[in-house]
Design a protein around this ligand. Structure first.
Ligand code: FES
Length: 163
């Protein structure tokens, strides 16, 4: 599969990996196509994302996508952050192979889920936006990024991956 230089660079050197302490919003989604999991945590000041981290139990494209999404979202207002869509991310990464386009949904939807979580916690549930894709059920307070699948030895508590 051919990946752009940008995808490879973000895969080899992912930005903003980890989990924030005391996050203001948590988004965790699972891809129904492959069972991969993405978790994002955000901190928000005056309606802007001031810090953002991710953990991925997923493929290389998902790692590159997550890294790019965190870079695109940092500093944005919440309203602008939820407008970042899978096409924006794919373009920013110099393109993704067709078979890997669904991976970009995981990143943008984890971001949307984190912002939605923030809005719900802060009495702004009316602002909640729909996700772009259908996902496995994931609870925001779920600490494990394990999908329960047998793929890739999953079934144990695992929070990040270099798959
Ligand atoms: S193959 Fe599942 S996120 Fe990429």
């Amino acid at each position: 599969m051919n990946y752009s230089d940008k995808v490879m660079e973000h895969f080899m050197n992912p930005r903003n990996v980890g989990e924030l302490d005391d996050p203001h919003g948590i988004g965790q989604v699972g891809n129904v196509n492959c069972g991969d999991i993405m978790r994002m945590t955000i901190r928000v000041e005056e309606g802007r994302i001031t810090d953002i981290n991710f953990k991925t139990f997923g493929c290389g494209a998902a790692i590159a996508v997550s890294s790019m999404v965190t870079e695109m979202a940092r500093g944005k207002s919440l309203d602008d952050a939820v407008k970042i869509n899978r096409d924006d991310v794919a373009v920013a990464l110099g393109g993704l192979p067709d078979k890997k386009l669904h991976c970009s949904n995981l990143g943008t939807d984890a971001l949307k889920a984190a912002v939605n979580d923030y809005w719900k916690r802060n009495g702004e549930a009316h602002k909640v936006v729909p996700l772009e894709d259908e996902h496995l059920e994931q609870e925001a307070d779920q600490k494990s990024a394990c999908c329960g699948s047998n793929e890739r030895g999953c079934g144990q508590s695992s929070s990040s991956s270099t798959a």
